[in-house]
Design a protein around this ligand. Structure first.
Ligand SMILES: CCCCCCCCCC(=O)SCCNC(=O)CCNC(=O)[C@H](O)C(C)(C)COP(=O)(O)OP(=O)(O)OC[C@H]1O[C@@H](n2cnc3c(N)ncnc32)[C@H](O)[C@@H]1OP(=O)(O)O
Length: 184
């Protein structure tokens, strides 16, 4: 992955460890928000990523590239692939039970991804420092051992739940997720 200094963890960054209450290895991760474009099962035309964590600190997910995801004829749009990478990284940082948002997302496109492909995605955290989490992801064509088509590196920034209150109904999120206190 070609990444900038902004998405490279500093030397004093700490490695994440599974938190108490992390989902069991292999258990499916539900959507963080049912109307999320990336993972929401209630979104009419979202990406509908399905995911699990093998170890409480990383996430594997599958994304099926459909006709509606095309950029060039028969090939996935790069922005859609970036959205999928953003989402799987967001799912992985969600495991740390604090709200984070994408600050920076860097993407390398290594091979075209045809419509009909199942992209096998994996995201993990390389380190945390203060409010910053340094994350990485890859997407492989056809199987978990298939050729890498997309790589991403990201900086996510921890925010207060109030971050989501200005434009959205955080009570909806609270109703879906009892691990967060909306008004601590
Ligand atoms: C309820 C569950 C929801 C889960 C959501 C997951 C969804 C999936 C992921 C997404 O798609 S999130 C949506 C896309 N992202 C955004 O909408 C974020 C928009 N940006 C912001 O809201 C603010 O810029 C942000 C919260 C990221 C930071 O603003 P703050 O005022 O809180 O912090 P500040 O600007 O002081 O930055 C804190 C540190 O991060 C650094 N930083 C912030 N943005 C950066 C950036 N883009 N690149 C590099 N560094 C950055 C900044 O330099 C600083 O470093 P230092 O502490 O060392 O000084």
């Amino acid at each position: 992955m070609t990444r900038s200094a902004l998405t490279t963890p500093p030397p004093d960054a700490t490695r994440p460890r599974p938190l108490p209450g992390a989902p069991a290895p292999g258990a499916p991760l539900g959507p963080h928000y049912s109307r999320c474009f990336g993972c929401g099962d209630g979104h009419p035309n979202g990406l509908h990523l399905t995911a699990l964590t093998p170890d409480g600190i990383s996430v594997v997910a599958e994304f099926t590239v459909e006709e509606t995801h095309q950029g060039a004829p028969g090939l996935a749009h790069g922005g859609v692939l970036a959205a999928a990478m953003d989402e799987v990284i967001g799912m992985s940082v969600w495991l740390f039970q604090r709200p984070y948002v994408t600050g920076r997302l860097e993407t390398d496109y290594l091979a075209p991804v045809p419509v009909g492909t199942v992209l096998h995605m994996r995201a993990w955290c390389n380190g945390m420092s203060g409010r910053k989490a340094y994350l990485e992801a890859e997407g492989r064509i056809g199987s978990p051992d298939g050729p890498v088509a997309v790589r991403a590196a990201a900086l996510f920034i921890e925010v207060a739940m109030e971050h989501f209150a200005k434009h959205g109904d955080i009570q909806t999120i609270a109703d879906e997720h009892h691990e967060y206190e909306v008004n601590p």
